[in-house]
Design a protein around this ligand. Structure first.
Ligand code: GDP
Ligand code: MG
Length: 297
């Protein structure tokens, strides 16, 4: 006697299929020149994390006029394949005039949506490459009191198109209380200006206590204050990325020193799928609806 027909295995089937196909994730960094964006990307994804692997620059099929730089990393862990794309954008003040710097970024995001939309309506829908931008790390300098007018303007142009995650860079230049105050000011300005940042999902009630604690700690740290470095130190046989000061070394991955590990854990191991889903269900749907409305005119 059977009281089930077996569709409970559906999640496994879907899982197996997507594992076979592999995952794609595209991360973009935006912000003023000199804030440590490129260093942060290296710290997040290079060398020690993936030995013998390098981000390889790839040719862009459409962008010729801008200096947007795309790098791709194919990674495999325990049979799971991930193609990671990193989009480094020209910073404000990087030779692009301020009026245009937002346009370069929004054009890029729109273009990826448009391409996906075309592919999806085309004949070969099965093997669409997903180059849509799933997350935008927005770099904020540590030396201001909060967000600047140009940050707010930039975010206003972006928040309906992409998941924005704010990072305060070079956090090693701030004291603990300065970090705290800056974070509070940023969140206040975000709220006051109606900016919609990436909304971290509620933690499932059936998750274990460790996971819940980790999730709560992560949410309390937003916006992440991070440190990056290209210098590797070795102490007692353990290698780490750090920044050397007369009074000591800042360890990029030490949670007492910065939120770097929280950011990396969030991006790579806990929220990648949700960032993907939100891109599909919210931002891409927005774009699609606009396209269809325009076609109907
Ligand atoms: P980008 O223009 O935003 O890509 O910035 P870069 O990554 O090229 O870094 C600009 C400068 O800031 C370089 O001299 C870096 O060594 C320095 N830098 C990068 N990350 C940090 C950091 O976390 N703390 C400090 N103090 N300096 C940093
Ligand atoms: Mg750079």
């Amino acid at each position: 006697e059977r009281d089930y027909i077996g569709f409970a295995s559906l999640p496994d089937q879907i899982h197996r299929k997507s594992v076979k196909r592999g995952f794609e994730f595209t991360l973009m960094v935006v912000g003023e020149s000199g804030l440590g964006k490129s260093t942060l990307i290296n710290s997040l994804f290079l060398a020690d994390l993936y030995k013998n692997r390098q981000l390889t620059p790839v040719e862009e099929r459409s962008e010729k006029t801008t200096r947007i730089e795309k790098k791709t990393l194919d990674i495999e862990e325990k049979g799971v394949r991930l193609r990671l794309n990193v989009i480094d954008t020209p910073g404000f003040g990087d030779g692009v005039n301020a009026d245009d710097s937002w346009r370069v970024v929004t054009d890029y995001i729109d273009e990826q949506f448009r391409q996906y939309f075309m592919d999806e309506s085309g004949l070969n829908r099965k093997n669409i490459q997903d180059n849509r931008v799933h997350c935008c790390l927005y770099a904020v300098p540590p030396w201001g009191h909060s967000l600047r007018q140009m940050d707010l303007e930039m975010m206003r142009r972006l928040h309906k198109k992409v998941n924005i995650v704010i990072v305060i860079t070079k956090a090693d230049t701030l004291t603990q209380s300065e970090v705290k105050r800056l974070k509070a000011n940023i969140l206040r300005d975000v709220e006051a200006n109606g900016i919609q940042l990436y909304k971290f999902p509620e933690c499932d009630s059936d998750e274990d206590d460790d996971f819940k604690r980790q999730d709560a700690e992560m949410k309390q740290s937003i916006p992440f204050a991070v440190v990056g470095s290209n210098a590797i130190f070795e102490v007692g046989g353990k290698k780490f990325r750090g920044r050397q000061y007369p009074w000591g070394v800042v360890d990029v991955e030490n949670p007492m020193h910065s939120d770097f590990i929280k950011l990396r854990t969030m991006l790579i191991s806990t929220h990648m799928q949700d960032l993907n889903d939100t891109t599909q269900d919210v931002h891409y749907e927005n774009f699609r609806a606009q396209c269809i409305a325009q076609m109907a005119q």
